[in-house]
Design a protein around this ligand. Structure first.
Ligand code: FES
Length: 566
């Protein structure tokens, strides 16, 4: 086996001397002949969901060394969902690009990817796919369930719920602030079926996490054990030359989509899976999510669609128990990073708590998944998550109330004179990949205060942005093309009628085509950034239906670097 790192370390040239001399660091004398395993670590104090990953990295490090490899910690760009402005999604592609380049530029034979908070696992996988060196993920795990006044708090979801209660006048501001210190009980990422939980579970279904590991709570000692084992595995991946391109194909994405539906996962998984598939050259389209996933039952009763939290999910049997129930829907040929098919791991995967993980015969929702809508409002597609929507709104015709930007929305939504009622359709534009820029999680717009006070709890909302995986409601999102890219969303006017028909997979505005053609697009909020990453992003980002990756980052450049540094 010739190691990739031998291109740096082998031989007696001056350059090999330089590469070795600075990296000896007390390693064994045969250290440069062993697999060099990077530990791409997104730990950061500013990404609180991932701050514990340095401890996880230590377990990976021990495992790599025990299996005969040389562990090398590589801090990479970290994105804390609750902190970075204007939205972490603006930086996902930058993090992926930076990680890709550092994996390629360094003498590395394989990599263990440590992620957790929403964008971190997607960006790491996009990077690994484009470099195509052996790679495996250790997910940081969800936090334990916090409680406030005896009631469990779902982080994310309950922030939205409690803040809406304050606006509706059913919870005092004082009590709302009191709940703050109970929201984050421990290390780990959000404990609902939000994007972080979803992406860890979907990555396991995809085959890039050792089966049975995703969903292990961050403080659980079994996660460190799994990290140790994954470090060992990484060494054998190099020895077997098991790179992403050797085992990740359409069958893996098929299984990921089935899993996404069965867990009732976040809509954000759609843009992330499309982007990862794009890096691998796997043909995957928006319609695959509807075709493969929309008839799959939701079996997991977790917030935001249900009642429980990730700690309960793990106790109840985790992803393997869910997948065992839908085994007949999985592609049996899809291999995991261990070299064994995913389905082989499902033989002994019982449900331990049938309240949390339902059996196939008693699903939470008979048909879950994500529906892909098209129509004159979304020619390239839009999404809705029917399981998180109100059944009575899945077929709806209502008067549009249009907002040109999130600032416009905030300025007017609680204005008592706003002409809106429960049947109205709230339309928010200027929130797509180009328009914001970065496609923020704003599509689940808060309802007008005066309607909340009347007891209204859901309305049809339409937006070219995303929504938090912890959010819920009848929200049509990821509308493509977005308004700032010339999509018809820019042509809608307040008082137009919008028709949503989820069963028919339609979202239309009732305006004749010739009149729409005469209208001037409204893209008030959009001004092209002048410099830096934002400018590069706006010039090159693709639309949501293509995964919102940069056009020049689609595909792979492999791992070869032909020129020396000296
Ligand atoms: Fe990091 Fe929710 S804020 S996972």
């Amino acid at each position: 086996m010739k190691l990739r790192s031998a291109d740096w370390y082998a031989g007696e040239s001056r350059n090999a001397y330089i590469h070795r001399a600075w990296m000896r660091r007390g390693n064994p004398s045969d250290g440069f002949h062993r697999p060099q395993i990077a530990i791409a670590n997104t730990a950061s104090d500013l990404t609180p969901c991932n701050a514990h990953l340095t401890e996880i990295a230590a377990s990976v490090r021990d495992g790599v060394f025990a299996a005969g490899g040389i562990p090398l910690e590589l801090p990479v760009v970290s994105l804390g969902e609750t902190n970075v402005r204007p939205t972490a999604m603006l930086w996902r592609n930058m993090a992926a690009m930076a990680t890709e380049e550092m994996l390629r530029a360094n003498p590395i034979d394989g990599v263990v990817l440590l992620g957790g908070c929403d964008k971190t696992i997607p960006s790491l996988l996009m990077a690994a796919a484009s470099v195509d060196i052996p790679a495996v993920v250790v997910p940081g795990g969800p936090m334990l369930s916090g409680t406030f006044r005896g009631v469990p708090l779902g982080c994310g979801t309950d922030v939205w719920r409690l803040s809406e209660e304050v606006r509706a006048g059913t919870l005092s501001q004082t009590d709302f602030i009191r709940s703050e210190s109970a929201m984050i009980r421990s290390r780990g990422h959000c404990n609902t079926m939000g994007t972080a939980s979803t992406m860890a579970l979907v990555a396991e279904a995809l085959g890039v996490i050792v089966p049975g590991v995703a969903g292990t709570p961050a403080p659980d000692s079994r996660l460190r054990e799994a990290a140790h084992g994954t470090g060992r595995l990484a060494v054998s991946l190099v020895e077997d030359d098991r790179r992403p391109s050797t085992f990740l194909g359409r069958a893996n994405f098929h299984n990921a989509i089935v899993a996404l539906a069965a867990i009732g996962g976040s809509t954000n998984a759609v843009v992330h899976l499309l982007a990862i598939a794009g890096r691998l050259g796997v043909p995957l389209t928006l319609d695959d999510f509807d075709r493969i996933g929309s008839r799959v039952p939701v079996l997991v009763d977790l917030l935001p669609a249900g009642r429980f939290l990730m700690e309960d999910f793990h106790r109840a049997g985790g992803l393997s128990a869910v997948l065992r129930e839908v085994r007949d829907l999985l592609d049996p040929d899809a291999l995991t990073v261990t070299g064994r098919p995913l389905v082989e791991y499902l033989d002994d995967a019982p449900i331990w708590d049938a309240e949390v993980i339902r059996s196939r015969g008693e699903p939470l929702v008979a048909e879950g998944g994500i529906a892909v809508l098209r129509g004159n409002l979304a020619p390239s597609g839009a999404l809705i998550k029917p399981a998180a929507a109100s059944p009575h709104l899945l077929k709806h015709r209502g008067r549009a109330v249009v907002f040109d930007s999130i600032e416009d929305f905030h300025a007017r939504i609680d204005d008592p004179s706003l002409d809106v009622d429960a049947s109205s359709v709230l339309v928010l534009r200027g929130c797509g990949p180009r328009g914001y820029p970065g496609m923020p999680e704003v599509s689940n717009m808060p309802l007008p205060r005066k309607l909340l006070e009347q007891g209204v709890r859901d309305m049809v909302r339409v937006c070219d942005g995303r929504m938090s995986g912890t959010a819920y409601g009848t929200v049509v999102l990821h509308v493509a093309p977005e308004a700032a890219a010339g999509g018809p969303l820019a042509l809608v006017r307040t008082s137009d009628y919008i028709v949503l028909d989820v069963e028919q997979r339609r979202i239309d505005v009732e305006v004749p085509a010739d009149e729409l053609a005469r209208r001037q697009p409204k893209t008030d909020g959009f001004a092209a950034p002048r410099r830096g990453w934002e400018r590069l992003y706006v010039d090159h980002v693709q639309q949501a239906d293509q995964g919102a990756d940069m056009d020049f980052l689609v595909g792979s450049s492999g791992s070869e670097v032909t020129r020396e540094s000296h």
